[in-house]
Design a protein around this ligand. Structure first.
Ligand code: ADP
Length: 487
């Protein structure tokens, strides 16, 4: 049964504030649709600025006791949350596919990745070490303490409705912070299911609050989080345009801002590459999540001498392996795009490329509903929109280059700096390129670099701060210098 009702153990059609399932004060709701069938799957509270203020107050009250818990106590609760997520993984994955559309197997993959962050930060909670620094004065000691930053505000996207929450709320809660989170309007149910399991795991009321709202109210809710003097940190994953708005809005309170904005990933294939490996890399990097990830290969750059061979090999693999269809159909590897707006964007990018001289090698057509054919476009050049903009869909745009210098120039010729990829079997070239790429994440002969133990984050306009890995907790900690004198 593919309706929300089948998961009523995990999903309530309410927001979650102060440990209570909550309505919007206005009584308003908004509808959520399955992007594959375009059928309504449910409706939930459309909260506003006032509701957000209330959630912030609850988070502030909960902070008073949460920040006093020991790291081990927090770790134990997070660990129980991990176990409950694992026990309910199948259902969480189905909820995810229902609201977001990705193939069930990919939803399971996202759950493994997302739960991995809760597990990692349950462990990291106990390793928030300070420093004792040798002092130049005998009478003074220099100590550095790390303490939770306080109430945090989070805004998350629809493309990874589970993992983008655990990657933020996991370290915040582990650090002793409390959270007010606004999930994407397209995919609120994965967030709410996480609340249900957090409560069962023993997370106290008010530590994790989820404020749901429609696209129309998102700007108000976001502004309330950014402008609130009570909120000490904002963490966002989404488009660069919205990230910039939040950064500006956070200036008046000089808030800590963590941003995971969009990318424009170069994927460089040198003539020194193992072509099979590079094709496998593109298949994972480009077509996972139907191309809807911020680290997806956006500009596939292939060296002159292997250009035709590479295109042939890639199109063959695309034909063999990519099957569009509903996420609940086990044969599907390519789900729908999230909504009509996303499909129209891809249509426009393909049209723009065609009219500027690029050639469609495979695909290039919209299918029924929100589906779009996996598409391979050759002879893309730097004046085309698909070179400059994040595509966020199943189009592989292939560019031809001649020399290594040209490849590096093209790769770095963007205001984005999230992920970049390079394929070569030449070890000196690997090092050279890995060092020269101006990106926060570099995949060398690897198209799928993300994992909880590794850091995730961008250079340039792609972001501020890092998530995951040993640095992932730092955005949620303040450091304090204590000088003990008179000794
Ligand atoms: P996309 O275009 O892929 O949906 P967005 O950056 O618009 O990416 O969305 C990411 C998140 O930001 C979502 O939760 C969305 O509701 C939220 N959002 C959109 N506009 C604003 C805004 N003006 N202020 C705060 N949050 C916003």
């Amino acid at each position: 049964d593919q309706t929300l009702r089948s998961y009523h153990r995990l999903v309530h059609e309410k927001a979650y504030v102060n440990g209570q399932w909550a309505e919007a004060s206005s009584g308003k709701t908004f509808d959520v649709y399955n992007p594959s069938t375009q059928e309504k799957i449910g409706c939930i509270p459309d909260m506003n600025s006032g509701d957000t203020e209330r959630a912030i107050q609850c988070a502030a009250e909960a902070l008073e006791s949460w920040k006093e818990t020991t790291a081990k106590e927090r770790s134990t609760i997070l660990r129980r949350w991990v176990d409950l997520c694992n026990e309910n993984k199948e259902d969480l994955a189905k909820i995810l596919t229902l609201e977001m559309g990705k193939p069930l197997q990919e939803s399971i993959g996202e759950l493994n990745y997302g739960i991995g962050f809760l597990e990692w930060f349950a462990e990291e909670a106990r390793r928030v070490y300070g420093d004792i620094v040798p002092s130049p004065a005998k009478s003074k000691k220099i100590l550095v303490l790390k303490q939770p930053i306080g109430v945090t505000g989070m805004i998350t996207p629809w493309n990874f409705p589970h993992a983008m929450i655990t990657r933020k709320a996991g370290p915040a809660i582990a650090a002793g912070c409390t959270v007010v989170l606004k999930p994407a309007e397209d995919t609120p149910y994965s967030a709410l299911a996480l609340c249900e399991l957090a409560e069962k795991a023993g997370l106290p009321s008010g530590v994790l609050n989820v404020v749901t709202c429609s696209r129309e109210n998102s700007a108000d809710v976001g502004k309330t989080l950014c402008k609130s003097p009570t909120v000490k940190q904002i963490s966002f994953t989404g488009s660069t345009a919205v990230g910039k708005i939040l950064l500006e809005q956070s200036a008046s309170t000089v808030k800590r801002v963590s941003l995971e904005n969009g990318g424009n990933a170069p994927f460089i294939v040198f003539e020194t590459a193992d072509i099979d490996k590079a094709v496998t890399g593109v298949m994972g990097s480009k077509f996972r999540n139907t191309g809807q990830a911020c680290i997806c290969a956006n500009r596939i750059m292939v060296q002159d001498s292997i250009y035709e061979t590479f295109l042939e090999a890639l199109s063959k693999r695309m034909e063999q392996e990519l099957h569009i269809g509903d996420g609940f159909n086990p044969k599907s590897t390519q789900g729908p795009l999230i909504n009509n707006r996303a499909v129209e964007k891809i249509e426009a990018l393909v049209q723009d490329a065609k009219s500027n001289g690029a050639k469609i090698f495979l695909g290039g057509q919209r299918k029924e509903g929100n589906f779009y054919e996996p598409t391979l476009i050759r002879d893309v050049t730097t004046d085309m929109k698909c070179y400059k903009e994040e595509q966020f869909g199943p189009m592989a745009a292939v560019i031809r280059f001649k020399t290594e210098e040209e490849a590096i120039y093209l790769a770095n010729n963007t205001s984005s700096g999230l992920a970049g990829y390079v394929f070569t079997e030449n070890i000196s070239q690997m090092w050279r390129i890995a060092e020269k790429l101006e990106f926060g994440i570099v995949g060398v002969n690897e198209g799928l670099p993300a994992m909880p133990e590794a850091i995730f984050g961008g250079w340039k306009e792609s972001g501020l701060g890092r998530e995951g890995g040993k640095y992932g907790m730092e955005d949620y900690l303040e450091i304090k210098y204590v000088c003990m004198g008179g000794l």
